[in-house]
Every structure is written in C-alpha cells, then in structure tokens.
Design a binder for this molecule. Structure first.
Ligand SMILES: [Zn+2]
Length: 230
C-alpha cells in the first residue's frame, strides 16, 4: 500500500477528497498492490491551469488534476484516469516507440467510466451532480458503433492520440461496456511489463500473453484490428 498526499485542496475538504480517492484506488488496485513508484507518498496536486496528467520529469510521483478545491465528480473522473496511467507507470514508458499510447488512453478512459459511475453513487454527491456526471459519460463514452469498420476508419487518427481524445473516449466506452465488472483493469496493470513493440498486431499478441484471463482487452482489440490491418 502506498500513501497519497493531497495538495492545494480546501483544507476542510481534504478528508472527503482523500476518502473518495481511496475508494477509487481500491477499485483499480483491489489487491492493494501498486506498481513501484518514484515516491511514497504519491502527491495529488490540484491546479488551476493545464490538464490532468501523471507528471513525468519529476523526482516525486505526482498526479496533477484540474478541478475545484472541494470534492467533485470531476476530481474522481480525472483521478481514476490518472491512476490507470500510474498502474502502467506511463510516466516512464508512454511516449516511447511501441507503447501504443492510444490503447492506454482508451483503457484509462474505461477506468474513469468504471470508477466514476460507482463512486458518484455515494451519499456525498447530490442528484444534480449524479445527473451531470451521467450525462457527461453517456455523451463522451458511447461505445455503440465501435466495431472493426469504425476502427478501420479511425485507426490512423487514433494512433496519433497521445492524450484523451473523442476517439479514445469512444473506444474507452466500448471497453467499459464489454468488461462491465472491471475485468479490463488487470489487463491495464500488466501493460507495464509488456515489451515495447511497434508492430501493433505483435504488441497485442504479446500483451495477451501477459493477461491473466482468457477474455481480455488484448484479444478483444485483436479481433477489431485484424480486420483493418489487412
Ligand atoms: Zn490519459
């Protein structure tokens, strides 16, 4: 178990933020095992400018979020996406050739959907907040229409994505729909051990070997891409 330190939040809100963040981490790291991190604690820094990200080029392990000072569903949405990147240690491998960032972006989008939909049901969120969150997820993460022909039309644009985009969100929605109990989370976690392989089909096959269960995201994506690579 590692610790998280929350910086630049409203002091009276830190405990609520910490509690919701712990619930999010428990969903993604159900066994309590985190990847080796650059620091313990991991710092969660709230900022007013820029975007949510797992900070690279820092001596400490830092998750940056851009949200209100108090607990909001937007915090959970961003934090769970970045925990998905922390699971793979994206800060040390994400931009290297053969890491296929668009796949990880889709997986982290699925993390957001899976975690946020559960945590927003907690009593501390109002009906209005739940409705706004649900509307946002439904309009940004619709996996309907994602199939081999959709991927074939969008694979060039998808491959350019090095951060969340409308296309990676739709693919993330497809993953979340296909693995509704969060089975994709363990597939995301093993990505950090998958060698970097520029050839997409070889990469997916290698990733599939690391996945500990037969129905996994690597095989699901192989099913989609095999039709559009040839
Ligand atoms: Zn991301």
């Amino acid at each position: 178990m590692i610790h998280f330190e929350f910086r630049n939040f409203e002091p009276n809100s830190v405990e609520a933020v910490r509690s919701a963040a712990a619930a999010a981490a428990k969903l993604i790291f159900a066994d309590g095992i985190f990847p080796p991190t650059k620091s313990d604690p991991v710092y969660v820094d709230r900022v007013d400018e820029g975007s949510a990200l797992l900070v690279a080029n820092s001596a400490n392990q830092i998750i940056q979020v851009r949200c209100s000072h108090h607990l909001t569903w937007e915090f959970i949405y961003q934090y769970s996406h970045e925990l998905g990147h922390l699971a793979t240690r994206a800060d040390v491998r994400f931009f290297k050739a053969g890491s296929h960032p668009w796949i990880e972006e889709a997986l982290c989008g699925a993390c957001s959907v899976f975690v946020t939909e559960q945590i927003v049901k907690a009593p501390c969120f109002t009906d209005e907040e739940v409705a706004a969150c649900t509307k946002f997820i439904q309009s940004n993460y619709s996996g309907s229409g994602v199939d081999a022909s959709w991927l074939s039309q969008n694979v060039v644009a998808l491959k350019r994505a090095t951060e969340a985009s409308p296309l990676t969100r739709r693919l993330g929605g497809w993953i979340a729909d296909r693995f509704p109990a969060g089975e994709f989370l363990s597939d995301n976690r093993v990505l950090k051990d998958v060698p970097l392989i520029p050839d997409l089909e070889k990469y997916l096959n290698r990733w599939s070997v690391e996945c500990a269960h037969p129905e996994n995201v690597a095989d699901a994506l192989l099913g989609l891409v095999s039709n559009c690579l040839r």
